[in-house]
Design a protein around this ligand. Structure first.
Ligand code: ADP
Ligand code: MG
Length: 420
């Protein structure tokens, strides 16, 4: 079955919150919404106040996409609720549900800030049209703000690149219900599938070939699905095959995957190669991992040096302290000062939990969903989703940058014997 025809490919459900005082009316509207074939809706009733109280300061509580307010015929109840939501910064789409087709009431609802007015009992065609307008608008903004391709790298072996890539992907998927896929560009090591506990039958090798057209159908056939519901593009089965993966394949794979998923996370491993640079060039974010060691900072310097010479103006690397131990002699502030770069996030060191994850073959959210480790990834995922503006985007110059990059990488290859 095609990925794109699966239920989850219709996108994440629109979250609809119903506000009203009549239990009977609420139930009636809810039933009518649930009977709609499209778009997919997740309906709650008067739940926002309850969840705000429950979640306290948790800034990542999921907000509704649509708030439907039932208005009273005569007394104007509900108008204040409409006005209240209309004033919010990040306001949902506001629908006023009117008990009758009265021009006066329609006017009042629009003046209070309603984006749509619908009449009770709900007409399925009108309601579908109004909901599709919201879901399509959301699709468009999600596409524009993006942040969709995330590369993870480190020049220091064992920094935790693969674990970080997997756990950030899982947090985006479990906590924020995003459709997520992973690409293993650590082509020689190829541990991503193993660490995610999937046995991929197919690999990126099947998409190589200079004239190979990569489309979503072919790509889907090569992806492996993990038990958690995230997809993996595995590295070739044999070490020597990694030589056969061209930059153009990586470029096509990432471009097609970007269209298919909300987030594509790329494990770039620990070497700089033409393939890895092709991924960086297409990324909306690049996380560089280091620990609190002298060697970690030294490698980060070397990375900053090569990254600057690549002139990838589109993104700024964000530095993450993986395995952070607050009591360690070298503090996060000292690392940041040494690099003259801010530390974007820290991931706590928790060898015991990681060991349990590894030995059980289950993921972090099944083993320790409430651990500080899992929470740190959830927090990071929240920042990735909510703050696309942190990422510098200057509009890539496409071909020119690619050529420049190829030139620099092949020069570096000649001089330093950089693996590709
Ligand atoms: N936050 C962490 N705390 C403790 N150990 C970790 C953490 N993240 C990863 N590890 C461990 O470090 C080792 C290397 O991790 P891995 O993700 O394979 O690194 P890389 O891909 O950079 O080589 C693994 O044994 C993993 O369990
Ligand atoms: Mg790795």
């Amino acid at each position: 079955m095609s990925l794109l025809s699966r239920n989850d490919a219709r996108g994440i459900a629109l979250k609809v919150e119903l506000l009203g005082s009549s239990t009977e009316q609420l139930a009636e509207v809810k039933a009518a919404l649930q009977a709609l074939a499209e778009p997919r809706l997740e309906v709650t009733e008067n739940a926002m106040a309850a969840s705000a109280a429950q979640n306290g300061t948790n800034g990542y509580a999921e907000l509704p996409d649509v708030v439907m307010v039932m208005l009273g015929a005569e007394d104007g109840t509900g108008l204040d609720q409409l006005a209240h939501h209309a004033r919010k910064d990040n306001r949902p789409a506001l629908f006023a549900l009117l008990p009758e087709q009265s021009p006066a009431l329609i006017r009042q609802a629009l003046r209070a800030g309603a984006d749509e007015t619908l009449f009770l009992p709900l007409n399925p065609a009108d309601t579908t049209r109004a909901m599709l307008k919201v879901s399509e608008a959301r699709r468009r903004t999600e596409k524009q703000t993006g942040g969709n391709v995330i590369s993870v790298t480190s020049l220091m072996g064992g920094a935790g690149v693969t674990s970080f890539t997997i756990n950030l992907a899982l947090a985006l998927h479990y906590r924020f219900k995003r459709r997520v896929a992973l690409v293993d560009l650590d082509l020689q090591t190829g541990t991503l599938g193993v660490m995610l506990n999937v046995e991929p039958e197919h690999t990126i090798m099947e998409l190589t070939g200079a004239d190979k057209v990569v489309d979503s159908i072919q790509l889907e056939a090569v992806l492996a699905k993990s038990a958690s519901g995230i997809y993996v593009m595995a590295a070739p089965k044999h070490v020597e095959q990694s030589e056969m993966i061209a930059e153009s394949t990586v470029e096509r794979v990432i471009d097609v995957m970007r269209e298919m998923f909300d987030f594509v996370l790329v494990d770039c491993g620990t070497t700089v190669s033409g393939n890895v640079v092709a991924a960086w060039e297409r990324s909306d974010r690049l996380f560089y991992l280091l620990d609190q060691s002298i060697a970690g900072s030294r490698c980060a310097f070397r990375f900053i040096d090569v990254f600057n010479r690549l002139s990838l103006a589109r993104i700024k690397p964000q530095f993450v302290l993986s395995r952070f131990a607050p009591a360690y002699a070298i503090s996060a502030e000292q690392v940041s000062e040494t690099l003259a770069r801010p530390i974007y996030a820290t991931i706590p060191k928790d060898g015991q939990t990681m060991e349990r994850v590894e030995l059980s073959g289950q993921d972090l959210w099944r083993i320790a969903p409430n651990s500080a480790l899992a929470k740190s990834f959830e927090e990071l995922a929240g920042r990735v989703i909510e703050r696309p503006e942190e990422v510098q985007k200057t509009g890539n110059t496409g071909g020119i940058v690619s050529r420049l990059v190829s030139a620099i990488v092949s020069r570096a290859k000649g001089a330093n014997n950089v693996a590709r």
